[in-house]
Design a protein around this ligand. Structure first.
Ligand SMILES: [Cu+2]
Length: 399
């Protein structure tokens, strides 16, 4: 900006002095001014004609687009419904809801990811050993997926530490390609700590867990979208200093994520679809990696218990609108800011952003089945739903 202004100044200073200003020319030379007006009129006429033609083209385009949309809609309507699959207007086939005949039995036999928060280790140092592995996992009953994940599948193990502890991460890469691990709870130089680890190698780094909350960890190797979507994510809970939070009777960790499939995964394992991931059109959405696992195997609490949910949204791209049907969140720590002065009270739904966390306390007095969901409801249809069984009641949800 400064250069431009300087340039203009220089031009004014160095150029020949103007003999006449533009207005002066028109005022003194009348015949020229008539010629100018005539020329302007002709130009305006041409402009009107061009605009007219342009609007005809625009109408024609709109007409064509409308016809194309009608044709596309007819095509979608005519597409056969295959096992819950739908053809999308994007041209990407959805495998949402694909299920084998014995899906119910498979869901019952599935051993749910342990959502209960284990105690944090005592002492000044917390060790966390992570093993990356290429594994075939199930992400819904009978739906197999070729994951880049962890020795135990996806998500990775929940790491639980105390605020102020030194966390020692040891990462072993048993996969076929380089990977890494990025801890959102760490304040470290990422080019050093989160560097790629070659296959067959291990790496260690430490960070001081000074920030309390629940944080995502994930592989940060490019393309990050693919490494996260393939299952390379997990949660670390950093307990605030004792006395900061009321004592919880039950604590559960939920990691929300979405899955983008190249096939239905029923016969052969599905692979990652970059097209769907870029379009943000997942086939499945889950808590702790498997669609609806806590509907078949509900989390539990007694009436009056203080139940604390530590929620991470691993994404890779879609937020979670955390809500518990049949109650109100007594205390919410949005973005996992654990300062009680920043907490919200008696709210219905709180967004947990992709790559972020949230902590939610509820106390439910009446026995019953309370679904926890992302209230962005397409997510529920795609598997992001579970149940909290309060008071060991029997029965199932009717909706
Ligand atoms: Cu990776």
């Amino acid at each position: 900006m400064a250069t431009v202004e300087k340039g203009r100044t220089t031009q004014r200073d160095n150029g020949p002095p103007p003999e006449r200003g533009p207005r002066g020319e028109i005022a003194r030379e009348g015949s020229d001014s008539y010629a100018l007006v005539a020329a302007v009129s002709v130009l305006l006429g041409v402009l009107v004609a061009v605009l007219g033609l342009f609007s005809i083209f625009m109408w024609s385009d709109a007409h064509d687009a409308k016809n194309a949309a009608k044709r596309a809609a007819a095509k979608v309507a005519a597409a056969p419904a295959l096992n819950g699959q739908i053809s999308m207007a994007t041209g990407l086939e959805s495998y949402a809801g694909a299920a084998p005949a014995n899906a119910d039995a498979l869901a019952a036999a599935h051993s749910a990811f342990p959502a209960s928060l284990s105690p944090a280790p005592a002492g000044p140092i917390a060790d966390a050993n992570l093993v990356l592995k290429d594994v075939t996992i199930q992400i819904a009953p009978g739906v197999k997926y070729s994951a880049w994940a962890w020795a135990g599948g996806a998500p990775g193990p929940v790491i639980h530490v105390r605020q102020g502890q030194l966390v020692k991460i040891t990462l072993t890469n048993e996969g076929a390609i380089p990977h890494s691990v990025d801890f959102h709870a760490a304040r470290v130089a990422p080019n050093v700590a989160f560097a790629d680890v070659m296959p067959g190698k291990s790496v260690s780094y430490t960070f001081r867990a000074n920030d309390a909350g629940v944080f995502m960890y994930h592989c940060g190797t490019k393309p990050v979208l693919m490494h996260i979507a393939n299952g390379m994510y997990g949660a670390i809970v950093v307990d605030p200093k004792p006395g900061t939070l009321p004592r919880a009777d039950k604590q559960y960790v939920l990691v929300a994520s979405e899955w983008y499939l190249s096939s239905d995964g029923l016969k052969a394992p599905a692979q990652f679809s970059m097209e769907k991931a870029h379009a943000r059109i997942p086939d499945w959405m889950t808590f702790n990696g498997y669609a609806g696992q806590y509907v078949k195997h509900p989390l539990t609490a007694e009436p009056g218990d203080l139940v604390r949910f530590w929620v991470v949204d691993a994404g890779p791209s879609i937020d979670t609108d955390f809500h518990i049907v049949g109650t109100v969140l007594d205390t919410a720590y949005p973005f996992a800011d654990m300062n009680p002065a920043d907490a919200l009270h008696d709210v219905q739904t709180v967004t947990v952003p992709a790559g972020g966390g949230g902590v939610f306390d509820v106390k439910i007095d009446k026995p019953g089945l309370y679904p926890f969901v992302s209230h962005s409801f397409a997510a529920v249809d795609q598997g992001q739903v579970g149940l909290l069984n309060v008071g060991n009641v029997h029965g199932t949800m009717s909706h």
